[in-house]
Design a protein around this ligand. Structure first.
Ligand SMILES: Nc1ncnc2c1ncn2[C@@H]1O[C@H](COP(=O)(O)OP(=O)(O)OP(=O)(O)O)[C@@H](O)[C@H]1O
Length: 236
């Protein structure tokens, strides 16, 4: 995936301001940044949900807007919220989405791994936050995507759910799937990613492997992040 000099505005607000990054196939990339840095907007542009004001985005060599129909079956998307109809039952929704794909994952196995069995007949709107999160993850991967975009995949999960999702992300990488995730959990980025990009005010301000950014783990990724994104003080 390649993003080059991307600019996305909401009216007067420039959410993404000349952002560029490349994601190598078969790797896990974490996009970190303070609230409002432009991560979700960038990812949504890659998914074809937003139109760039300038710059370009290529995903699997395709333009997310012009090649939308060709790209959509090949990508998996986990949004920060939503993604299912409020009245639909959890497992029904997963089964339905599986039928839209040619070679879906085995739904009962996915239900078991993500512990969705006990809430399988619960309407989406009545699921707990963690159950919604696990269902959204399942919906993103059930179609065996070539690239999975995961927006804060473990926010609100208990430690068991978090570890299960981490393992599933590792399994995706082992199967050759490219994973792009946004997260505020520094341990998650450190544990899972091959490459980290730190975004601030709509631009990439640092990139590297967790090892290089933490200077061979002599610092924590959280300290590196805090240094990089500290508000600038006026000097007189
Ligand atoms: N639909 C919208 N209309 C207007 N402004 C928006 C819209 N979506 C996002 N923004 C603004 O664009 C900026 C970037 O938002 P974005 O959601 O991309 O950031 P983020 O890095 O994902 O933040 P967070 O970590 O809080 O999820 C923010 O200032 C936000 O208020």
């Amino acid at each position: 995936m390649e993003i080059d000099n991307l600019v996305v505005r909401y009216g007067e607000k420039t959410a993404v301001d000349g952002l560029g990054l490349t994601v190598a196939a078969g790797t896990v990339t974490a996009v970190l940044g303070p609230n409002g840095a432009g991560k979700t907007t960038t990812v949504e542009t890659c998914e074809g949900f937003r139109r760039p004001d300038s710059g370009s985005v290529r995903v699997l060599g395709l333009d997310p807007l012009a090649d939308h129909d060709e790209l959509m079956p090949r990508i998996g998307v986990m949004l920060q919220e939503g993604g299912a109809w409020s009245g639909v039952r959890a497992v029904e929704m997963l089964r339905y989405v599986a039928t839209l794909h040619t070679h879906p994952l085995d739904v009962p196995a996915l239900v078991e791994r993500l512990d969705l069995g006990s809430c399988g007949r619960t309407p989406y709107r009545r699921l707990s936050g963690g159950q919604k999160q696990r269902l959204s993850f399942a919906l993103a991967i059930v179609g065996r995507p070539e690239i999975a975009f995961l927006d804060e995949p473990t926010t609100g999960l208990d430690p068991h759910g978090r570890r299960e999702i981490w393992q599933l992300i590792r399994d995706l990488r082992n199967d050759g799937v490219t994973v792009v995730l946004t997260t505020h959990a520094m341990d998650e980025a450190e544990q899972l990613s091959d490459q980290v990009h730190v975004v601030s005010a709509g631009k990439v301000i640092a990139s590297g492997t967790p090892d290089s950014l933490t200077e061979h783990h002599t610092k924590s990724l959280e300290d590196v992040f805090l240094e990089l994104t500290a508000p600038k003080r006026e000097t007189r």
